[in-house]
Design a protein around this ligand. Structure first.
Ligand code: AMP
Length: 213
């Protein structure tokens, strides 16, 4: 499946939960890029500046990364959850080609209004090691140390006001058109992203299970 939605809609947290529930890999292009930046690979060097500014990484690079990742054996048996890709119609078209032999089962749009995600993004904190999500309202148990792995919990470099504004405006112009694109292809489920994480997970499971039946 593919998870769409504005940045800060809670996609990451929900994708981790879904990947545990269905026992499938969670493939987050943002996490893959952040790992490349940390490791200082060629891709990381190219992506770092764009990401810090809240800009999208070029389509050809992103399509190459996802094509390689979906070639790995762990995606072929039980499927996968794609988080953060596609973000443009060109990426969606490429994904349709990449998955031609095993088409997507469902695309979920996690729906949360722009005003709400702006507030969430400003308060968001993440573990710099395992990418677990926290917030000013829901911090880790001890200081800013990750409950899962003991890593440092920090504000993402691209959660500055200017980068947030850029990401949300790119979302409206480049990513939001995918909602109609997938609806036309009969793949879209819109799920209300308001409420507690448990409430949203329950709605997601209901929508996805109904599709898979
Ligand atoms: P995310 O963690 O999904 O919010 O992604 C963080 C950043 O990585 C984005 O703001 C983009 O700079 C970059 N990125 C992740 N996925 C994509 C994609 N599919 N296309 C272009 N850029 C991406």
């Amino acid at each position: 499946m593919v998870m769409l939605g504005r940045q800060g809609a809670g996609k990451g947290t929900q994708c981790v939960r879904l990947s545990r529930h269905y026992v499938v890999p969670h493939i987050s292009t943002g996490d893959m890029l952040r790992a490349a930046v940390r490791e200082g690979t060629e891709l990381g060097l190219k992506a770092a500046e764009l990401m810090a500014a809240g800009s999208l990484v070029p389509d050809d690079i992103m399509i190459g990364i996802v094509d390689d990742r979906l070639d790995c054996d762990d995606t072929t048996e039980r499927g996968y959850i794609l988080d953060g890709f596609p973000r443009t119609v060109d990426q969606a078209e490429a994904l349709a080609d990449i998955t031609a032999a095993r088409p997507l089962d469902v695309v979920v749009d996690l729906d949360v209004a722009k005003e709400v995600v702006l507030e969430r993004l400003a308060g968001r904190r993440v573990c710099s090691d395992c990418a677990a999500n926290y917030s000013l309202d829901k911090p880790p148990r001890y200081g800013w140390v990750c409950d899962n792995c003991g890593g440092d919990v920090v504000q993402r470099e691209d959660d500055t006001p200017a980068a947030i504004e850029k990401r949300l405006s790119d979302y409206e112009t480049k990513t939001a058109p995918l909602i109609a694109w997938y609806r036309e292809r009969g793949l879209l489920e819109v799920v209300d992203g308001y409420g507690t994480a448990d409430e949203v997970t329950a709605r997601l499971l209901a929508a996805i299970d109904q599709r898979r039946r």
